[in-house]
Design a protein around this ligand. Structure first.
Ligand SMILES: Nc1ncnc2c1ncn2[C@@H]1O[C@H](COP(=O)(O)OP(=O)(O)OP(=O)(O)O)[C@@H](O)[C@H]1O
Length: 251
């Protein structure tokens, strides 16, 4: 299967400081990949490269085998089918949940026309599906500003999903959530990965343990280890850099 992302010898240079140094990273369609690693490992920078916010100084990053992302601007990359969610929600708090989703659905048109335009049967059905998916059907008529923190995050994820991106990039999607919201977010990620490819930067190891299929551990701008959470946890180098200590050996 053709990888959806294939990065080779990637390098990102911030005024002489290499945040990414010679990184190789491959992602296949339908994966739910968690990126972990200590602070400053380069996780966010990698997402920034994938969405076009940051340009690599060296190397190549191909989308679906042929599109070189380094040659495209952020808005073009969004149109190609890569959606990025940042930590702070950017929903319209005075609009209802439903209106926010409709707005996202018709974003290509002007703001005024998007609100007054009639919804087609197809759009209504799409709206219904995405409300179900993000678990906000019963809240669709509520103002987005009245939602809980977790619900706001799900709404924003819904607003990204409605564009049907092939690849979704999420930065700490469960940060600040209650235990029950965190659980629902993990389940949502699994539902999304049934249809789309998802990359999640995450610090909450409990969340990663519970929901990750494959984990990529980054360290100093490179990939240190890749595998299941069990494999990664057993790796001595990971324990050393990630937990900042040497694993005691008893042999
Ligand atoms: N715009 C920038 N200019 C200069 N240095 C930067 C810039 N962005 C990131 N860095 C540096 O690059 C390194 C990698 O940062 P990055 O945010 O990608 O790490 P991270 O793994 O996401 O860390 P964290 O888990 O703390 O968010 C850090 O040392 C950071 O200070």
């Amino acid at each position: 299967m053709e990888p959806i992302i294939s990065a080779r010898q990637l390098e990102v240079d911030f005024d002489g400081f290499k945040a990414i140094r010679g990184l190789d990273f491959t992602l296949h369609p339908g994966e739910l990949r968690f990126l972990i690693g200590p602070n400053g490992a380069g996780k966010t920078t990698l997402l920034d490269v994938l969405c076009g916010k940051v340009k690599p100084s060296k190397g190549r990053v191909l989308f679906k085998g042929y599109t070189d992302l380094a040659r495209h601007q952020e808005h073009q990359i969004a149109q190609l089918g890569i959606g990025r969610k940042f930590q702070a929600p950017s929903i319209f708090v005075t609009l209802t949940v439903q209106e926010n989703l409709l707005l996202a659905m018709r974003q290509q048109r002007g703001l005024l026309s998007t609100l007054v335009a009639k919804t087609t049967a197809e759009q209504r059905s799409k709206l219904h599906d995405y409300l179900e998916m993000i678990g906000l059907t019963s809240k669709q008529k509520e103002k987005a500003g009245a939602l809980s923190h977790g619900e706001k995050q799900w709404l924003e994820i819904g607003m990204l999903l409605i564009h049907e991106p092939e690849l979704l990039l999420l930065d700490e999607p469960a940060a600040g959530m209650t235990d029950s919201e965190t659980e629902k977010t993990g389940e949502l990620l699994h539902r999304i990965s049934d249809r789309q490819t998802v990359v999640v930067v995450e610090h909450d190891m409990e969340f990663v343990r519970r929901f990750a299929k494959t984990v990529t551990v980054m360290h100093e701008g490179m990939v240190l280890r890749e595998g299941s959470m069990q494999e990664v946890q057993r790796d001595e180098r990971v324990a050393e850099v990630y937990l900042g200590r040497r694993v005691e050996r008893h042999d």
